[in-house]
Design a protein around this ligand. Sequence first.
Ligand SMILES: [Zn+2]
Length: 253
Amino acid sequence: MDFTVKKYKELLQFLVQQRIQVISLDEYFLSRYDKTQRYLILRHDIDRKLRNSVRFAQICSDFGISASFMVRKKYFKYFKSLEQLSVNCFMGYHYEDYTKAKKNRQIALKMFFTHIKQLAQITKQRILSVAAHGNPLSRINEKELFTLITAPKIKDSYLSIIDPVYYFTDTGRTWADDNKTNFYDCGIFVALRKEFNVKTTKELMDFILNTQENLYFTIHPERWNDFGSGWLLQYCKDSLFNIIKRIIRKIKK
Ligand SMILES: [Zn+2]
């Protein structure tokens, strides 16, 4: 079975065995990695189920892997979990302020910087990396907010990446981007992913073996469950969600 916690561990073990340099977004932006070696940026978006992310952060730490975890505002109140996460990982802000402020730029920017400050206080980390939370049901493109930000010490997880990377995300419970199930996550990386028919985690590992290029993965821990009722429920949710997204995409066209 794919997209289980076991499979996630297999993926990390594979990366360690292959001596792939796995780095967080912060390390990428601060150039704290070996530039003579290829790298893999590992990012996790905490969209739902914070406890899954706490577990994944621990798994990363067990493998000696440093990764980024992007937090939505709604989880700021769970201090203990965020403290736990920040011990071993780099925390980033998963922003949705532009949508919440209904595209009011002034309000959105004020919210954005207030939330970054709050997250820094909770996690006792400097918040450098941010990532837009995409809502396929919304007509607002959250990423537009970052284009209004002039602070050089804030880096966007898509827009500030300057190297070509092979980008993969587990959105829709597949690593493949058919450009139908992914609205805002694709950014500038879509064309790269379409060339390779990587759907399963096993195919992803084969792909890594057959390329020397830099990589970038975005993982949503809530999609990965132990095989059982949680897994099945998430599978059904993802399948239904993919169908809805395709319909919305057709309507928007
Ligand atoms: Zn998100």
